[in-house]
Design a protein around this ligand. Structure first.
Ligand SMILES: Cc1cc2nc3c(=O)[nH]c(=O)nc-3n(C[C@H](O)[C@H](O)[C@H](O)COP(=O)(O)O)c2cc1C
Ligand code: SF4
Ligand code: SF4
Length: 298
């Protein structure tokens, strides 16, 4: 059995995972929905891990998901690969992935990073990419994914096609722990009066960390993984993280991976259809026929 497990906040990694699933024919599972239900009896032969890099490492949720896997999850000779999406660079995230998998008896045979539009906006100096940069990254991602799928189908081993960036040690070993301790929190989220209680933020939270008060306003519940889906998907742009996101932009990945159009009407239509897709469970338009939720497995 071959499978791709993905985690995604704003859709970049979902798009990458869906594309790889289409190219490889492998089943696709959302880690956010599969959590707590993955059983070792499945014994996968080829396993792909697809997720965004958060602060030059694994998102907290992905780390916990991997820790929760039972022995025997992978077949002893399983081919294992990782694809990390990032805005710029991954630092030493590949090493963290390797050791997280190793602790579950899996060897990482191939690892890749794919630059996608940036989603981090919570510190001064960080913002979403301009439309031109975002479109350029999306354009470049497509051939990169074809090449990754070719490596995976040929079961190439010892492949490492990642962008560590400058001073990766400093980023992953010094800045990352500080970031995790101080900034992976929902303590600073609040909403503007323009919030109309539409529930879009909670519908997009992959870890169900948002509920709504009787007036419809969101309330964050304290187990945030920091993906910023609630911030980026709010149609009113009413979610704020402290004061630093005041003048920042929003971004969500177009489900079809096509470069974004500049026409705002089209963007709104795209966003509405993405919301409908998410409410139906997943971005159904791009799931291969054999895709099924692991929750439905016996
Ligand atoms: C909390 C957080 C931390 C991030 N850290 C990094 C990083 O260290 N390096 C980087 O290049 N991009 C970073 N990004 C950008 C995302 O990795 C990138 O935009 C990714 O494709 C988002 O994937 P998603 O849409 O599947 O959530 C970060 C984004 C968030 C929300
Ligand atoms: S998505 Fe925005 S407007 Fe809708 S409930 Fe959440 S914060 Fe309010
Ligand atoms: S509360 Fe917001 S930032 Fe935290 S996990 Fe949910 S969507 Fe992501």
């Amino acid at each position: 059995m071959n499978a791709i497990f993905y985690f995604s906040g704003t859709g970049n990694s979902r798009y990458v995972a869906q594309t790889l699933a289409r190219l490889t024919g492998d089943a696709l599972y959302d880690m956010a929905q599969a959590s707590g239900t993955v059983r070792g009896a499945l014994r996968y032969d080829r396993i792909g891990w697809v997720f965004p890099v958060h602060a030059w490492g694994l998102p907290r949720w992905v780390r916990r998901f991997m820790q929760s896997l039972l022995d025997g999850f992978a077949a002893p000779e399983a081919y294992v690969y990782g694809v990390m999406t990032c805005g710029d660079d991954i630092g030493l995230a590949d090493r963290e992935l390797r050791s997280a998998l190793q602790s579950k008896g899996m060897t990482l045979h191939a690892v890749f990073s794919v630059q996608m539009p940036n989603t981090y906006v919570c510190l001064p100096g960080f913002d979403v990419d301009s439309e031109a940069v975002a479109n350029r990254k999306l354009d470049a991602a497509r051939p990169a994914l074809d090449a990754i799928a070719a490596d995976v189908l040929a079961a190439h081993r010892g492949v490492s096609r990642v962008t560590p960036g400058r001073m990766p040690w400093m980023k992953s070993r010094v800045l990352r722990p500080l970031f995790n301790r101080l900034l992976v929190t929902d303590r600073y989220f609040h909403t503007l009066p323009s919030c109309n209680g539409c529930h879009t933020c909670s519908a997009h939270c992959p870890v169900r960390n948002i509920r709504h008060r009787p007036d419809g306003r969101p309330e964050w519940l304290g187990h945030c993984t920091g993906c910023l889906a609630c911030y980026h998907t709010c149609p009113q742009h009413a979610v704020r993280f402290g004061h630093t996101t005041r003048h920042k932009g929003q971004y969500t990945c177009p489900t079809d991976g096509q470069p974004r159009r500049s026409d705002r009407k089209n963007e709104t239509a795209d966003r509405n259809s993405r919301t409908a897709d998410r409410k139906n469970g997943q971005c159904a338009r791009h799931l291969p026929d054999h895709t099924q939720s692991i929750i439905n497995k016996p």
